[in-house]
Design a protein around this ligand. Structure first.
Ligand SMILES: [Zn+2]
Ligand SMILES: [Zn+2]
Length: 355
């Protein structure tokens, strides 16, 4: 039996359209010791493939991390089947905020075995990732973060908090989670061992590991926002709580962001006008992820520069020939940290000037 599939993007989209399912986009994670991830991976693939679930799942000896779309009709069966797995019984499912976006956030089911579910760069045998900090519900989070002595830390990367973050949060300028652990400890936490520390991220997976790590490092009052921004936004809506998140919640699927408040806090990386829509440069050889306003989108034809725009005017074959031999540098999340995005560079200069 083949436990993966081999269709093209177009074929997959067509198949999903024909199936006519409506999907619910769900994410969940669980830190748990899984002695044999490969066996669990195969089991899970069959279970979810049966239910026509699509999306991407990582399994590792430290746990599972999933972002998937579940056909609405199969949702209850999905929940039952998932909860039938012992350590996943009752696991919190983050349901994405409704918004029009990509037709299908995911096209097929990918279940992969990884070294870790979240790369952390840590190499400490005595660190127990399941010994986590205190979980805060939205209400508790609002209360604790209204205390000026609380240290509130955004545990996401710069391109994420650029478009949205909690009011008053520390926004570390990092590209990766692995980079953020030592940087945050040295810059913001040292000397504050007894203060209340609150962290948050998109769905909780990053600050859960971080909270366990900082407990391990001797910080006593470590808290995390339970379920991350996704659950917080839902909870505030449901319970009519004050929403302290401003802007958009960046997400990694094709939607790139869920609007939480109407504020547009970021700027176009090309002209500096207010904008918070992330886009990938249309030149396949570039693919840079950056923020672009509608005007620049038209002017640059979805590209990050005139050079890239010119490239897209060649035929696909010609573009392929031009790329030949060039390393496809993985810089798409460099968020406009390239010389030609002038508005972006100027913003960063202003920021560092203020500090
Ligand atoms: Zn612009
Ligand atoms: Zn480009």
């Amino acid at each position: 039996m083949q436990l993966w599939n081999t269709y093209s993007k177009e074929e997959l989209e067509q198949k999903l359209r024909e199936a006519g399912h409506e999907f619910v986009t769900v994410s969940f994670y669980k830190y748990h010791q899984i002695p044999n991830p490969q066996i669990f991976r195969d089991y899970l693939y069959q279970l979810l493939d049966n239910l026509k679930v699509v999306g991407r799942i990582y399994v590792a000896t430290e746990g599972i991390n999933a972002q998937i779309s579940v056909p609405t009709n199969n949702f209850n069966r999905f929940k039952d089947d998932l909860y039938s797995v012992d350590f996943l019984n009752g696991v919190r499912l983050n349901v994405a905020v409704e918004e029009e976006g990509a037709e299908f956030p995911f096209l097929k089911l990918k279940v992969k075995v990884r070294n870790k579910i979240l790369a952390d760069g840590l190499n400490d045998e005595t660190f127990d990732v399941t010994n986590i900090g205190k979980h805060l519900k939205a209400e508790e989070f609002n209360e604790l973060t209204s205390d000026p002595n609380t240290i509130l830390i955004d545990f996401r990367n710069h391109y994420e908090h650029e478009v949205g973050h909690f009011d008053g949060a520390i926004l570390p300028d990092v590209d990766t989670f692995r980079e953020s652990l030592p940087l945050i400890e040295d810059t913001y936490l040292k000397g504050n061992e007894d203060k209340n520390i609150v962290m948050y991220c998109t769905g909780g997976i990053r600050c859960e590991k971080a909270s366990a790590w900082f407990k391990h490092r001797g910080f006593k009052n470590v808290h995390q926002l339970e379920g991350g921004i996704i659950k917080y936004a839902n909870e505030c809506k449901e319970k009519g709580l004050a929403n302290k998140f401003i802007g958009k919640n960046f997400v990694f699927d094709e939607r790139r962001g869920e609007r939480v408040s109407d504020d547009v806090i970021a700027h176009c990386h090309q002209c500096g006008a207010p904008a918070d829509v992330h886009t990938n440069c249309a030149n396949e050889a570039c693919h840079l992820l950056f923020i672009q306003c509608d005007e620049c989108k038209a002017k640059y034809e979805n590209c990050c520069s005139n050079e890239c725009k010119e490239v897209t005017h060649f035929s696909l074959e010609e573009q392929k020939a031009m790329r030949k031999g060039l390393q496809n540098s993985n810089k798409i999340f460099k968020k406009g940290r390239v010389d030609h995005l002038l508005a972006k560079l100027n913003q960063e200069k202003e920021v560092s000037f203020k500090h």
